[in-house]
Ligand binder design. Structure first.
Ligand code: CTP
Length: 448
C-alpha cells in the first residue's frame, strides 16, 4: 500500500484545498492529512486563522479524501510522522516548491500544481470588515503601534492627531497614514475606533469623548488613575455597545496567557505568593515619566504590568494593600506594594530610579513558576518542583514589539461584538485603577 501525507491549515476550506487533496490522494492508496493546531499556527505568526482546529478537521473530513487526519503540533513533526506512519510520498502545493526538499531523505517529495486565484488569505480579506483606527498621541509608542497593526488582518490605521499639529504631519508622513487631523473631534468622525497613546492624565477625557461619539477605544495603560472613573467609563462603553480595552500588552502575550491558564489549572498547586518586579532606569529626567504634574512616577508608569499576574491569579478581592515608596522631586522613583489576600501574600516592585531584578515568581503548594526578566515580554518560563526531574521549560515566540497580540484581540472584540476580553477583564482593569487611586490619595502609604 502506498501511503501519502500532506499538511495544511485548511482555513475556510476552498476549492484549491479540495483539488490539492484530490491530487494527493491519486498519488497513492492511503492519504494522511496533517491539520495544523491553533497554537502551532499562532507560533508560526498566523494570527488570523478563522476556523479553529476542530472546524478545520471537520472540513477536511467532509472532502472524503482523507483516510486519516492528524494534528500538526510542532516544528519537525513531519519527519516524525513520515517515519511513524511509514509514508512513501510527501505531497504539498507548488507554492512550497523547494521548501520541503529536506524530506527527500525520508520519503519521496512531490510538489503538486496549486489552484490559481484562490487562497484562505484572499477569502479572509474579502469577507473581512476593516476596523478603521485613529491614533491620538503621536509620541514614542505610536509608530510601533502602526508597524504592529500591519500584522493584523481587519485593522487599518487611517488617521492620527496630536496636540502639536506639526507632530501629526511628520507622523502621518513617516507612517503613510491617509489623514492628518487638526483635532480629536475631527478624527473621531473619520474612524471606527481610537487608540489613545497620550499622557495618562488625558485618557479619561479622550475615552469619554470617543465613547460618546460611538467609537471603540483601545487605551494605553494605565487606563485611568481612579477606580470610580474606570467603572464609569466601562459602564458607558457597555451602555453604548462599544469595546473599551486597556492596552496592557503583557495580558495578550501568548506565553503569559499560557502560564496563567496552566497555573489556574493547578500545575503548581494553590498559589500562595506572587512576586513581580519591573524597573526602567532612565537617565533623562526631563521625560514626562519624571514629571509629577503629568502623573509621572514608577507606579503610574509601570504598575499595571506587575499588578496583572497578581490580580489575574488571586483576584480583585484583597484584604489589604500597603504601598511603600521612595519619593524624589514629587514622584516615586521606587514603589513596593504588599497585597494581603485571605490565603496568599503578593508583592510587586516598580522602579524608574531604582534597578531591580525584573522577574516574576509565582509560588504554589506543589511548585513554583519562574519567568526570568524581562517577564513582561514573556517568551520563556519554567515550572520548578522539589523533585527536579519534574521541572519543565516552556519556550514561545514574542513577535516584534508585541503589540500585535493586543491589536488582534481588540479587532476580534470589535468585529465579533465581544465587549470583554478574558485576557484582561473589565473588573481587573478597574482594580488596577483602584490601586493607582490609592497611591494618588496616599492611602495605606509609607514613604521610605
Ligand atoms: N493549496 C492549493 N491551491 C490553493 C491554495 C492552497 O493547492 N489555491 C494547497 C497548499 O499548497 C497546501 C494546501 O493547499 O498544500 C493547504 O494550504 P493552506 O496553507 O492551508 O491554504 P492557503 O489557502 O494557501 O492558506 P493561506 O492563504 O492562509 O496561506
Amino acid at each position: 500500500m502506498k501511503k501519502v501525507i500532506t499538511y495544511g491549515t485548511y482555513d475556510l476550506l476552498h476549492q484549491g484545498h479540495i483539488n490539492l487533496l484530490g491530487r494527493a490522494k491519486e498519488l497513492g492508496d492511503y492519504l494522511i492529512v496533517g491539520v495544523t493546531n491553533d497554537n502551532f499556527d499562532r507560533d508560526r505568526g498566523k494570527l488570523n486563522v478563522r476556523n479553529n482546529v476542530l472546524e478545520r478537521v471537520e472540513a477536511v473530513k467532509a472532502t472524503g479524501f482523507a483516510d486519516r487526519i492528524i494534528i500538526e503540533d510542532y516544528v519537525g513533526q513531519k519527519i516524525d510522522d513520515i517515519q511513524k506512519y511509514g509514508v512513501d510520498i510527501f505531497a504539498i502545493g507548488s507554492d512550497w516548491e523547494g521548501k520541503f526538499d529536506y524530506l527527500n531523505e525520508f520519503c519521496k517529495v512531490v510538489y503538486l500544481p496549486r489552484t490559481e486565484g484562490i487562497s484562505s488569505t484572499q477569502l479572509r480579506a474579502e469577507s473581512q470588515k476593516t476596523v478603521k483606527i485613529g491614533i491620538t498621541g503621536c509620541g514614542r509608542i505610536a509608530p510601533r503601534f502602526v508597524n504592529e497593526s500591519h500584522w493584523v488582518n481587519g485593522v487599518e490605521v487611517t488617521a492620527a492627531c496630536d496636540i502639536d499639529f506639526s507632530n501629526t504631519i511628520s507622523f502621518v508622513t513617516a507612517q503613510n497614514i491617509p489623514n492628518a487631523c487638526q483635532d480629536y473631534e475631527k478624527m473621531l468622525m473619520l474612524v471606527d475606533a481610537v487608540y489613545i497613546a497620550t499622557p495618562h492624565l488625558s485618557h479619561y477625557t479622550y475615552i469619554k469623548q470617543a465613547l460618546e461619539s460611538g467609537k471603540h477605544v483601545l487605551c494605553e495603560t494605565p487606563l485611568v488613575l481612579n477606580g470610580q472613573k474606570a467603572r464609569e467609563l466601562y459602564a458607558l462603553a457597555e451602555a453604548r455597545g462599544l469595546v473599551l480595552m486597556e492596552a496592557n500588552k503583557t495580558a495578550h502575550c501568548p506565553a503569559f496567557n499560557h502560564l496563567m491558564v496552566m497555573i489556574k489549572s493547578g500545575v503548581i498547586g494553590d498559589v500562595v505568593d506572587v512576586e513581580a518586579s519591573l524597573s526602567k532606569v532612565w537617565g533623562n529626567k526631563a521625560l514626562r515619566e519624571f514629571n509629577p504634574e503629568q502623573a509621572g512616577g514608577s507606579l503610574f508608569e509601570l504598575g499595571s504590568y506587575p499588578l496583572l499576574p497578581i490580580i489575574k491569579l488571586l483576584g480583585t478581592r484583597y484584604e489589604n494593600l500597603t504601598l511603600y515608596s521612595r519619593m524624589e522631586n514629587g514622584i516615586d522613583i521606587y514603589t513596593k506594594g504588599v497585597f494581603r489576600y485571605p490565603k496568599a501574600i503578593c508583592t510587586f516592585k516598580v522602579g524608574l530610579g531604582v534597578k531591580t531584578e525584573g522577574n516574576l515568581v509565582i509560588s504554589g503548594t506543589k511548585g513554583y513558576a519562574l519567568v526570568p526578566s524581562p517577564w513582561w515580554k514573556t517568551d520563556y518560563f519554567e515550572l520548578r518542583y522539589e523533585d527536579q526531574n519534574e521541572n519543565k521549560k516552556f519556550f514561545y515566540k514574542w513577535d516584534g514589539a508585541g503589540l500585535r497580540y493586543e491589536i488582534h484581540e481588540f479587532a476580534s472584540c470589535v468585529l465579533n461584538h465581544r465587549f470583554s476580553s478574558a485576557r484582561l477583564r473589565r473588573h481587573e482593569s478597574v482594580c488596577m485603577a483602584d490601586v493607582m487611586q490609592q497611591f494618588a490619595e496616599r492611602r495605606n502609604f509609607m514613604e521610605i
